[in-house]
Design a protein around this ligand. Structure first.
Ligand code: NAD
Length: 485
């Protein structure tokens, strides 16, 4: 078994707390031992990133672009080793692993290699300023430069370790920041491999550091550190709130991509096949461990029975099983603790009066691993915990409605506001509804994404935006420079 180490300032360092086991959620076997970083290790990594920052921010955009492109090439070359490791750590199915875990990370590095070359400064029109006691009047020119923030801690959740990290590290490095990566405790090993690749393709020591740990302490130490200027965090709203509060002490710049409870409004004029296909992504795409998933179906009463029946007959067609079997659609969830949490949420829905139309608890055909099959709870209302709280598993709840205003009110009656959906063949009506939804994104008749679109949440789903060029802006500070014309 490979001996994984932290990478701090170009050195491979053992975790001060020894190691901990990373468990394969499909087999419950040990995938590998990850270093257990202490708070002191986190502070050392922050210091190393700080030391490397002045030289890195002076590198040319071409240099940064070349290194990012080299990363993309190397990750692609190494995908035969990385994919099995990521699948073992995350429980991703062959389909999700092959199509997304590596290719999406590669395309993010390619995108931000191009981004490094982009001029993202803002030219200001000349301004006529009057003479004042401060200075003589005249034409004053100016520019808004986007400068690197400095040192960025990139703290990520389980589900898509490399893709999530690429979405942070890519734009952060492109714009001249150094980084400390802190992956999720459950799937850290591919991120250590990735840090080694950064070293191999020629990133200078200290520009990319990595710490891993089984506890939140090392992440919290990064949030406290004066050597960290920005926290780029993707994870739960609960932890996001803690980071928001703790980061205030050192005035951290924050990009917080948090939880969601995606409302999917299905209007009376929806193409039900399209709506059902979109909703089924909650079951079939990474076992519902997706922040943007349309988990909350809000369905016009006239099509309610048909939609519920359609989902109920589709669910058994999704094979639950080991992720490495080609016909598996629903793999395991990340851990036993998460499986138990999902099952508790389902039980709370039943207790509150929801109809359990499809029960995915204890699915057949799997005798080990942490599995929950597709689950459908119908006849729900917005007072139920199962409708209000994020589940992060393959569970759809269905709430009926009678008119458009009620649908919007139900959708917006949520602490979250990450990603909503409208299914309707009247695209003008769907667009008008989309504008009234309190969510950072709305998909009309699709669960597809546009990676150039700004990505982020309203309300408790986060602060800030990344995606496309917005990712570049997120890792910069605006600096104005003015001069007499
Ligand atoms: P989590 O919040 O439990 O953990 C995320 C990361 O934060 C981990 O690396 C963890 O070690 C670290 N952490 C925990 N406590 C910390 C603290 N006090 N200070 C600093 N770091 C700390 O999330 P998770 O369970 O790994 O992932 C699931 C959650 O992530 C869901 O809520 C999901 O919606 C969310 N998510 C959001 C997006 C998005 O883009 N909005 C994408 C994927 C996942």
């Amino acid at each position: 078994m490979k001996e994984y180490k932290l990478i701090i300032g170009g050195e491979r360092v053992a975790g001060s707390g020894g190691t901990y086991e990373v468990i394969n959620p499909a087999t419950e076997e040990v995938v590998g031992e990850a270093p257990e970083a202490s708070s002191a290790d986190a502070h050392a990594a922050a210091q190393a990133a700080r030391d490397a920052a002045p030289a890195w921010r002076r590198t040319s955009p071409e240099n940064r672009a070349n290194l990012l492109m080299a990363l993309a090439v190397e990750i692609k070359k190494r995908s035969d080793d990385l994919l099995p490791l990521i699948m073992a750590e995350t429980g991703a199915t062959l389909k999700v692993g092959t199509a997304l875990q590596i290719p999406q990370a590669v395309s993010r590095f390619e995108r931000y290699a191009r981004g490094a070359l982009l001029d993202i400064s803002i030219s200001l029109p000349p301004s006529i300023m009057p003479t004042t006691p401060l200075a003589a009047g005249g034409v004053i020119g100016g520019v808004g430069l986007r400068q690197p923030v400095g040192v960025v801690a990139c703290i990520s959740p389980y589900n898509f370790p490399l893709v999530n990290m690429a979405g942070k590290v890519g734009p952060a490095l492109a714009t001249g920041n150094t980084v400390v990566m802190k992956p999720a405790p459950q799937d850290p090993l591919a991120i250590i491999e990735f840090a080694e690749i950064c070293e191999a393709v020629g990133f200078p020591a200290g520009v990319v550091n990595v710490i891993t740990s089984s506890t939140p302490d090392s992440g919290a130490a990064l949030v406290d550190s004066k050597n960290i200027d920005m926290i780029s965090f993707t994870g739960s709203t609960e932890v996001g709130v803690k980071i928001f509060a703790a980061g205030g002490k050192t005035m951290k710049r924050l990009l917080l991509e948090l939880g969601g409870k995606g409302a999917a409004i299905v209007r009376q004029d929806a193409d039900l096949a399209k709506a059902i296909a979109g909703l089924m992504s909650v079951w079939g795409f990474h076992s519902g461990q997706i922040c943007t998933a349309p988990t909350r179906a809000i369905v016009h009463r006239s099509v309610y029975e048909a939609l519920v029946a359609g989902l109920a007959s589709a669910a058994p067609q999704l094979k639950v099983g080991p992720p490495d079997m080609a016909d598996t659609v629903v793999g395991p969830v990340i851990s036993g603790a998460q499986r138990d949490r999902i099952e508790q949420r389902i039980a709370s829905g039943i207790e509150a009066g929801a109809d359990l139309v499809v029960d995915g608890r204890s699915p057949e055909g799997v005798d080990k691993g942490f599995y929950v099959g597709p689950t459908l709870l119908a006849n729900c209302n917005n007072q139920m915990e199962v409708v209000r709280e994020e589940i992060f598993g393959p569970v759809i709840v269905v709430v009926p409605y009678d008119d458009d205003d009620e649908a919007i009110a139900i959708a917006n009656d949520s602490d979250y506001g990450l990603y909503d959906y409208v299914f309707s063949e009247d695209t003008a009506a769907a667009y008008a509804m989309a504008q009234q939804l309190e969510a950072g994104h709305v998909g009309i008749n699709t669960a597809q994404r546009n990676h150039e679109a700004p990505f982020g949440g309203f309300k408790m789903s986060g602060v800030g935006r990344d995606g496309g060029d917005f990712g570049l802006y997120a890792y910069t500070e605006m600096q104005s420079i003015v001069w007499p014309g």
